[in-house]
Design a protein. Structure first.
Length: 275
C-alpha cells in the first residue's frame, strides 16, 4: 500500500465531491482525500454502495454526505451539488470519476452503446462541472477529471471509451483556460491498469491481466491509493500553479511496446556482429 508523503491535515476544512466515489479508483481517491482531512460527498447509482463507503470514511473522522443519482441526468447532478453545499457548507474539490466501460469491437457496437459511454464519461463530467462552477468560483476550488490513456493510441475494442475520454481531456484544457481567471484550477488524472477494480475486471478478463503486467515497464498494476495520492497532490498547495494538465499514472504502460524480437535473438545478432 502506497504511503502518503503528505501531512495528514493538508486538506482539513476542504469539501470534496466525487462522482462514482463509492467504489474502485474513485473510492481510493475519496479515502486519500479524507485521510488528509477533507470532508467527502459522493454521488453514484447504488445507494447501498455509497452508504457503506461513507460509513468507512467517517471512521477517519471526516464529515460525509451521499446522494444517489446518475451523472447522465443533469438535474440530478445539480441537486446533488446543491444538497452537498447545504449539508457540508461549500465545495472545494470536484472529482469527476463516474465512468462506464466494456470491451466491444466498433463494428459490433450499437449507437446506443457508444452514446451510453459518452453520456456517462463526457456528458456526466460536463454536467458536474457546469453545476459545480458557481460553488468552485466561490471557494477558488479545483476540478480533477479522471481520464485514461486509451486514446493516446488506437486501443482495440475501446473506441467508445477512447472517444469519451478524449473529450474529457479537451474539457480539462478548455475549462482550465476559461475558469482560471475565476481562480478555479482544472486538471486530470489518467490512470493505467489499476488492480482490484471494476475497470480491470472488464478490461483484463481471465488471465489476460498477467500478460498485461509483463508489458508494463514498472512490472505491476497500480493501486487505487496511488491514484488517490495523485489527487491529494493536485488538490494541495504543491500544485497551486498547475492547471490544464492531465497526469498519467500508469507505470509507463501506454508508452511502452513489447519487444519487436525476443532479447535472445538480439543478443545472438550482437554476438555475431562482434565477431
Ligand atoms: C456491447 C453493450 C455492452 C457490452 C452494454 N452495451 N454493455 N454493448 N457490449 N458489454 C450496450 C447495450 O446493449 C445498450 O445498447 C447500451 O450499451 C446501454 O446499455 P445498458 O445496460 O442499458 O446501460 P446502463 O444500464 O446504463 O449501463 C451502463 C454501462 C454498464 C456502461 C453499459 O456497463 C455500467 O453500468 N457500467 C458502470 C460500471 C463500469 O463500467 N465501471 C468500469 C469503468 S472502468 P442497445 O443498443 O442494446 O440499447 C473505466 C476505465 C477506463 O472507465 C480505462 C482504464 C485503463
Amino acid at each position: 500500500m502506497a504511503i502518503s508523503p503528505f501531512r495528514s491535515d493538508i486538506l482539513k476544512g476542504k469539501v470534496a465531491f466525487i462522482t462514482g466515489g463509492g467504489s474502485g479508483i474513485n473510492f481510493g481517491v475519496a479515502k486519500a482525500l479524507a485521510a488528509h482531512g477533507a470532508d467527502i460527498a459522493m454521488m453514484g447509482r447504488r445507494e447501498e454502495v455509497l452508504q457503506q463507503a461513507c460509513q468507512e470514511l467517517a471512521k477517519l473522522g471526516v464529515r460525509t454526505f451521499y446522494k444517489s443519482g446518475d451523472v447522465r441526468n443533469a438535474e440530478a447532478c445539480k441537486a446533488a451539488l446543491d444538497e452537498t453545499v447545504n449539508a457540508l457548507g461549500k465545495l472545494d474539490i470536484l472529482v469527476n470519476g463516474a465512468a462506464g466501460n466494456f470491451l466491444c469491437p466498433p463494428e459490433e457496437l450499437s449507437p446506443n452503446g457508444f452514446k451510453t459511454v459518452v453520456d456517462i464519461d463526457l456528458n456526466g463530467t460536463f454536467n458536474m462541472c457546469r453545476y459545480g462552477f458557481q460553488y468552485l468560483k466561490a471557494s477558488k476550488g479545483l476540478i480533477i477529471n479522471i481520464s485514461a490513456t486509451l486514446h493516446y493510441v488506437g486501443t482495440p475494442f475501446q473506441a467508445h471509451v477512447s472517444a469519451a475520454k478524449a473529450g474529457v481531456d479537451a474539457l480539462t484544457i478548455n475549462l482550465a483556460a476559461e475558469w482560471g481567471p475565476e481562480g478555479i484550477r482544472v486538471n486530470g488524472i489518467a490512470p493505467g491498469p489499476i488492480g482490484d477494480t471494476e475497470g480491470m475486471k472488464r478490461l483484463a478478463p481471465g488471465d489476460s491481466g498477467e500478460k498485461m503486467k509483463k508489458e508494463i515497464p514498472l512490472g505491476r498494476f497500480g493501486e487505487t491509493a496511488e491514484i488517490g495520492l495523485t489527487a491529494v497532490f493536485l488538490a494541495s498547495s504543491a500544485a497551486s500553479y498547475i492547471t490544464g494538465e492531465t497526469i498519467v499514472v500508469d507505470g509507463g504502460a501506454w508508452l511502452s511496446k513489447p519487444p519487436m524480437v525476443p532479447r535472445a535473438l538480439v543478443e545472438q545478432m550482437m554476438a555475431k556482429s562482434k565477431g
